[in-house]
Design a protein around this ligand. Sequence first.
Ligand SMILES: C[S@@+](CC[C@H](N)C(=O)[O-])C[C@H]1O[C@@H](n2cnc3c(N)ncnc32)[C@H](O)[C@@H]1O
Length: 177
Amino acid sequence: MSLHDRIEFVFISFIHDKMYSLFMDANKMLLAAGLKKGYSVLEVGCGPGFFTLPAAEIVGDKGIIYANDVNPFAIKKVDKKILKSGLNNVQTMLEDVTETTLKEQSINLVFFFGVIHSLMNILEKTLKEMHRILNAEGSIVIQKGKQSTTVLVERVEGSGLFKLVEEKKRMLIFEKI
Ligand SMILES: C[S@@+](CC[C@H](N)C(=O)[O-])C[C@H]1O[C@@H](n2cnc3c(N)ncnc32)[C@H](O)[C@@H]1O
């Protein structure tokens, strides 16, 4: 990671930590995405962790949040937040989403918030990996970005691995086929 990456991350952290809560309610979004008590959840591209701790509160002691990111600064920041919070049901993972170390069929739900734009060039590989780790009833939830929803849905469904079941609050919810 270069100095540029570091500076960029400090900027992103500032926006997320100080401004996101002015117009986004993490708890509401996560509940709308379908997180439930006891779930094992993968958060793809956790960044500075705006959603990570609220997600951990929702899944509770019997659930777990795997907070994934390729950026070591993000993982370091989330690790600090976890330590400060005293929560013990979050595990950070410094990994590319296309090659996680999660076990097959071990996850109930994967959410992609604020990250899909970065994954469009590796979408098929990402979906294949998500399909591997999700259990039979598993789902992926994608927060829509600036890209065309029609194209995104076509590409996800075109993989033959997921089908769209719901669209709400700027989120697309797909179930594993
Ligand atoms: C804009 S941030 C969003 C952070 C958080 N999800 C939110 O909405 O507040 C996107 C994050 O995705 C991460 N990311 C990008 N490509 C990734 C990949 N292939 N695998 C895992 N993380 C990735 C970036 O490092 C960055 O921290």
